[in-house]
Structures are given as structure tokens and as C-alpha cells.
Write a protein that binds this ligand. Structure first.
Ligand code: SF4
Length: 518
């Protein structure tokens, strides 16, 4: 029994979820100065910077997807790991109750959300003994959007635009560049990659994720890998994928490569992609009391706000060309929109992600979706008075984090749902595929890209929760009925067959091909 251990772990989770570490802030500040403010990339980065400052100032999640909590714990010889594991699990449940973590643990057979982030395999806790007297706990929160863009290559392989990648560091370079190009904006770029060369399929992915515990500004002690990291950073940022896949000069803020021995027959390159909301912190604890003796990665001196307070207070950086739309929205209004338009949505908006889309394929909606705005979002929703029996819509509920989720998962459903129920606007991130693009044209609808991870920024656009459907799916998966004001997003797929995502993927693919050695 270590008396302060529980509180220290709750504090670690809270800070990790709400306060981006200084090395990541510095990398994002540098990206902010690289992009022109009036471009899509510049506007996206300004919203991200506002979001980072807002999350820290109100101690709320930076992104609504607080990811898979992954703890790396070093303990002195003889420490009781069984008790510590149980206490870390209790701390995770407590942080979830306090709204610092979204309930993210879903039964893979039944689809039921445990509601407290506990379940088989959740959270992930790794222990190692060391010959030091104190305890070290490091935590990373990596969300689903970027987790889904992880990639593993078995070399040799033939890669789009790059040709053959051999079993060499040149082959590794090609594999990592390919992974960054493939990710486009789906993992909320600009991102960072942890890479493992070698290992087996399992240890490779683990070691790749462990590279993300390195600071973005460190130097690899292996000169060959240091050189490879530098060249990948340089080339990845020529790809023009840009923030959120909108095009631009910053696609990657970090590349950290480790190596493990491999079997003679295998040569894996494992890539763990993390988004700009790169949440990782650590603490050193007194082993007898559990009290925090120091923080890791969190130099208060360097942890400066991203933007001046007056800039944060002004909200969305407007150019005067924004188009205001009030829901419900007509077909004529959406057919008048084109890729690149920035719109500000007001009125009723419905959230819907995987469970809602699957449900709507077989059932009628509980609400009228004609002219509706459907937001791919799994918000963090808090009941202000947990004892109150009031349902949503009669007060007492608030959205504390509400950024978009990755839309491509809904590709098999979206066109049918738009056609069947008259949805006019779909909002998400990362774009959608050809089936949805054709559906937008046929039915008269548009896809808007919101800024991924900007959970605090978008929560401030929500005036109130007016109701909820399908709460049985769990809070992230339920359909929340929200009243919003001036919710900004960019038209990236219009009703005329145009897709910014397709254009950027093709253009960046040409750049990727030019990075192939002669
Ligand atoms: S910033 Fe984007 S990729 Fe990262 S956790 Fe949030 S939604 Fe997922």
C-alpha cells in the first residue's frame, strides 16, 4: 500500500489528457509559423493552437478521443506490481468519471461500452523492474484515428509511387514515407511516427509505439538512424499533405526510429502514427509514499501558451469569405457550395458514428434527418449532476469535448443514408471515398472537414444538448441532438463530384514518386 499512488496516477492521466507536452507545443508552434495564416492549412493550425490553449486552461481533454491509455511502469525490485496494476485501473476509472478520459473500452463481441475504460486489455500496463529506488510511470494516450493509420511492411515489397523497397535502410525510408503518404489527413496530421526496424510482427509494433516516448527534439544515439530520421522528416514535409490533409508544408512533426533483431526470414518495418494531439507525460514517484517527486516531459518553463489570450478569445480566424448556413439546409444551398468554401453552421446538428450508421441501414431514424447535418463525432458528454434523473434535453447535460472522428469508416453506409433520409451535410475528418462522392452528387449533399482533435474549440460552438437517441450504444456512439452556433468547417467534397482529398492524394503521390532515387 503506497498512500499517494492513486492520486498521483489520477494527476498523471489528467495532465496527459489536457496539457500537451512542451516539445509537441514547440513543434506545432513551428508549424504555425510555416503555413500562411489565410490558407486552409493556416486556419486549421490556428484552430488547433486555440484548442491546445483552451484545453490546458480549463483542464479538459485536448481531443475527445482520449485513446488507449498505455502505461509504461518502472519499479524497484520487490515492489508489489499486483497492487499497482489494480490501483492504476482504479485511477483510470476515476479519471473517466471526472471526464478526463472518454469511455473507450468496447466489448469486441457485444459492442457494449464498459463505461469506465476497464475491460480485457484495457488499459495497457507494462511493468519493468529497475535498480533504482523510485517508481517511474509514463503514459501515452493515442486515439483511434491515428491508431488506424499504423502500418506494418514486410520487406521486400512493392510500394505505390516508390517501387521496390528492399531489405535495407533505403527500403525502410521508402516504407515510412509511404506510411505518411497513406495516412493523408486521416490521423490528424501533422503527425509523428514511431518506427521499429525488425522484430516480429508483435514486438515490432510495440517497439514502434515505444519510440513515441522519445521527445521530438532528441537525437538518436545511433548515427545511421539519426540520419534516416532527419532525411525522412525533410522528405515527408515535401509531400504537401499538410495539416489535416488540406495541403501545406507541414505533414510530419517527428520521426523516431528504433531497431530490434529479426528472424532471418522476416524484415518488418512497423510504423506507429501519432496525431498532432500527441499526449504523453510521465512522473517519478517516491516508492514509499507514491507522491510525485518530478514530472517528465513537462518543463513548465518551456510549456508556453501557443497563442496570445486575446487571439484565443476571438475564436475562428475569419477571412470574411465564410458562408453561414442555418439547419435544416436545402438542396439548393448545398448545390451552391464548392470545394474550398468555409462554412459556419448554426442550428440543429446530430452526431452519428459507427453504431448509428450501422443501425440506420436497417431502421428508420428516431428524428427527421431531412435537411439535417450529421456530425461524425463521439463526444465527451457529462451529466452535470450525476444524481439528477433528468434526461438530455431537459438540462443537466453538457458536451465537454467534441471534435470530428475519422469519416472513412462510414464509407460503406454514407451514400445510402444520405439518399434514404435526405441528409444534406455530413461533417467529419479525413474525407470519404468514391461511393460517398457519387452519393453527394446524386442526392445533393456535401461533406465538410472539421479540424480533427479540436475538441475544446468545437465544444464551445455547442450551445446546448437538446436530446439523445440510442444512449444504449454508449455515450460516444449515441446520436446526440445538439444546438450549435457558427460551427466552422471546410467543404472538401462537394455535390459536383469534386474532392479535395482525392486531389491532395494524387498531387502528393506525384511528389512521393519524385522522391524515388533515380
Ligand atoms: S487528434 Fe485526431 S487522430 Fe488524434 S486522437 Fe484526436 S481524433 Fe484521433
Amino acid at each position: 500500500m503506497i498512500p499517494a499512488f492513486f492520486d498521483s496516477i489520477v494527476a498523471l492521466i489528467t495532465k496527459t489528457s489536457t496539457d500537451l507536452p512542451p516539445d509537441v507545443r514547440a513543434a506545432m508552434a513551428s508549424a504555425l509559423t510555416t503555413e500562411e495564416p489565410a490558407t486552409r492549412a493556416g486556419q486549421a493550425l490556428t484552430i488547433i493552437a486555440q484548442n491546445i490553449d483552451q484545453a490546458e486552461s480549463c483542464e479538459s481533454p485536448i481531443c475527445q478521443d482520449t485513446g488507449m491509455p498505455t502505461f509504461e511502469v518502472h519499479v524497484p525490485v520487490g515492489a508489489n506490481q499486483i497492487w499497482m496494476r489494480a490501483t492504476i485501473r482504479e485511477a483510470v476509472a476515476e479519471a473517466t468519471k471526472r471526464g478526463k478520459l472518454r469511455p473507450n473500452s468496447v466489448d469486441s463481441i457485444t459492442g457494449e461500452n464498459s463505461g469506465n475504460n476497464l475491460g480485457p486489455g484495457t488499459p495497457i500496463i507494462h511493468f519493468d523492474q529497475w535498480e533504482q529506488d523510485d517508481i517511474e510511470v509514463r503514459l501515452i494516450l493515442k486515439g483511434g484515428g491515428c491508431e488506424n493509420t499504423n502500418a506494418q511492411y514486410a520487406l521486400p515489397a512493392d510500394l505505390d509511387h516508390l517501387g521496390r523497397a528492399d531489405r535495407s535502410l533505403e527500403g525502410v525510408r521508402k516504407a515510412v514515407l509511404h506510411a505518411v503518404w497513406k495516412a493523408q489527413g486521416k490521423g490528424c496530421s501533422p503527425g509523428a511516427v514511431g518506427v521499429c526496424v525488425g522484430g516480429d510482427r508483435t514486438s515490432g509494433y510495440l517497439h514502434a509505439k515505444e519510440q513515441l516516448f522519445r521527445t521530438l527534439d532528441d537525437t538518436n544515439p545511433d548515427a545511421r538512424l539519426a540520419q534516416l530520421e532527419a532525411s525522412i522528416m525533410d522528405e515527408a514535409n515535401q509531400l504537401t499533405v499538410g495539416p489535416m490533409g488540406f495541403g501545406g508544408k507541414t505533414s510530419l512533426i517527428g520521426c523516431k526510429i528504433g531497431a530490434l533483431n529479426r528472424l532471418p526470414a522476416s524484415f518488418f518495418v512497423s510504423v506507429a502514427y501519432d496525431c498532432w494531439a500527441f499526449r504523453r507525460l510521465g512522473v517519478r514517484l517516491d516508492a514509499s509514499t507514491g507522491a510525485i517527486t518530478s514530472w517528465m516531459y513537462r518543463d513548465a518553463e518551456k510549456s508556453r501558451p501557443m497563442l496570445a489570450p486575446e487571439v484565443v478569445a476571438t475564436g475562428f480566424p475569419r477571412t470574411g469569405r465564410e458562408i453561414s448556413l442555418q439547419a435544416p439546409i436545402t438542396e439548393d444551398q448545398v448545390r451552391g457550395l464548392e470545394v474550398g468554401d468555409v462554412v459556419l453552421i448554426s442550428g440543429r446538428m446530430y452526431t452519428g458514428r459507427d453504431a448509428v450508421h450501422a443501425h440506420l441501414m436497417k431502421h428508420a431514424p428516431e428524428v427527421d434527418l431531412n435537411g439535417a447535418v450529421l456530425y461524425h463525432c463521439g463526444p465527451v458528454v457529462a451529466k452535470e449532476d450525476p444524481a439528477s434523473p433528468k434526461p438530455p434535453g431537459e438540462g443537466g447535460w453538457s458536451v465537454t469535448a467534441a471534435g470530428p472522428t475519422t469519416s472513412i469508416r462510414e464509407e460503406p453506409y454514407q451514400a445510402d443514408i444520405i439518399r434514404k433520409f435526405g441528409v444534406r451535410v455530413v461533417i467529419g475528418k479525413g474525407g470519404m471515398g468514391p461511393r460517398t462522392l457519387a452519393g453527394l452528387e446524386e442526392s445533393g449533399a456535401v461533406y465538410l472537414n472539421a479540424i480533427g482533435g479540436a475538441a475544446q474549440f468545437y465544444a464551445r460552438c455547442i450551445e446546448r444538448v437538446e436530446g439523445v437517441s440510442h444512449l444504449e450504444f454508449g455515450t460516444p456512439e449515441a446520436m446526440w441532438h445538439l444546438q450549435v452556433r457558427d460551427f466552422p468547417a471546410i467543404v472538401t467534397m462537394d455535390a459536383h463530384g469534386n474532392s479535395l482529398h482525392k486531389d491532395i492524394e494524387e498531387a502528393s503521390g506525384k511528389v512521393l514518386a519524385s522522391l524515388r532515387p533515380a
